[in-house]
Design a protein around this ligand. Structure first.
Ligand code: CP
Length: 345
């Protein structure tokens, strides 16, 4: 069975007590979510996936404001799609240049205005400080949909939702050592927001991780990684850094590939020369994740192999983002029809 087929066998769960505490909160950093909240969000997403996304119209009456100052396919459209399917409405800014920011309006003033227009804001911006700036005026819950090269916390939820469906034992706090995963990250996580957020969430789910290898042409020290990824806290698992891609791939249960970086100056590829194709020395069971869009970093020849988890990962974004919107907007009580069960095979 391929990894993408395995997701359909995951039954849902009914214990969402930690999610009640998410009502009205903002998700700016991956560290804004603790272990239990991440696992319950994944369990709620699995329940929504099993029962039908739009059942019950839990966002009826809510307006989600999606403001994107950078291009996006998956993040903006998945948030907007599920808001519609869940019964809510969307105000969409697909290109931030069409706001009065082009006339010099500050993000703080922009945020102050949004308070009158909706119930929750999803924002992407090339400036790492943008979330803090908009929150100077904004009092609605804010979801960081990517702030420059720094963070993309809902992408990390998408990534870990895919992994918990692929191997449900990873959701167990007492995850057996034999089920834990060795993660190989291809690309510099200090310059790529999806990789940084993926590894930060791995730190919060460290019970599920046996170790990490980073394949990058950047000279990364463990001190730098500790200070940046884990804000100076001790590394939650062993990390090796290598420029030898084949060695890094051979060690992996899970390969995370990410090359596209955004800065205020635009898009650039980092470590895209570390390309993976169907001849890569992957273990037979290993799966490959990618936040997409891909550039040269993953060959299409990998698409039809059992290693391809990246398309199922992208499709799952609708359900995990639904779970997040329902929780932040306080709509959990409208989900009383959800069946019971556990996130397990
Ligand atoms: N993964 C991701 O953030 O894709 P988009 O840039 O298309 O939203």
């Amino acid at each position: 069975m391929s990894a993408s087929q395995a997701i359909h066998r995951v039954p849902p769960t009914a214990n969402f007590s930690a999610l009640e505490g998410l009502r009205g909160r903002s998700i700016v950093s991956t560290f804004d979510l603790d272990t239990q909240e991440i696992i319950e969000l994944c369990q709620l997403a699995a329940a929504l996936e099993a029962t039908g996304l739009h059942a019950g119209q839990p966002l009826d009456g809510a307006i989600v404001i999606a403001t994107f100052f950078e291009p996006s396919t998956r993040t903006r459209l998945s948030f907007e799609s599920v808001t519609h399917r869940l019964g809510g409405r969307v105000l969409s800014v697909a290109d931030g240049k069409n706001t009065s920011s082009s006339k010099g309006e500050t993000l703080a003033d922009f945020g102050e205005m949004l308070n009158a227009y909706g119930d929750l804001v999803v924002m992407r911006h090339p400036n790492p400080e943008s979330m803090q700036e908009v929150m100077l005026g904004l009092r609605l819950p804010l979801i960081n949909a990517g702030n420059g090269q720094f963070e993309h916390p809902t992408q990390a939820l998408v990534d870990w939702y895919a992994l918990l469906k692929w191997r449900p034992a990873l959701a167990m706090p007492d995850c057996d050592a034999s089920a834990r995963v060795h993660l190989t990250v291809v690309g510099d996580p200090l310059r790529l927001r999806a990789s940084r957020s993926f590894l930060r969430m791995a730190g919060t789910l460290s019970h599920a991780v046996s170790g990490v290898t980073i394949a990058s042409s950047s000279a990364l020290s463990l001190d730098e990684l500790r200070d940046d990824l884990f804000e100076g806290r001790p590394l939650p698992f062993e990390i090796d850094v290598t420029a030898d891609l084949d060695e890094a791939l051979a060690a992996a249960d899970v390969v995370y590939v990410n090359s596209v970086a955004w800065t205020a100056a635009g898009c650039r590829a980092i470590d895209a020369e570390l390309m993976i194709d169907d001849t890569a020395p992957l273990q037979p069971h290993a799966v490959v994740l990618h936040p997409l869009p891909r550039v040269r970093d993953i060959s299409r020849s990998l698409d039809d192999t059992p290693h391809n988890l990246y398309f199922a990962q992208a499709a799952g974004a609708c359900f995990i983002r639904s779970a997040l919107l329902i929780s932040l907007l306080g709509s959990l009580e409208r989900l009383d029809h959800l069946p019971t069960g556990q996130l397990q095979r």
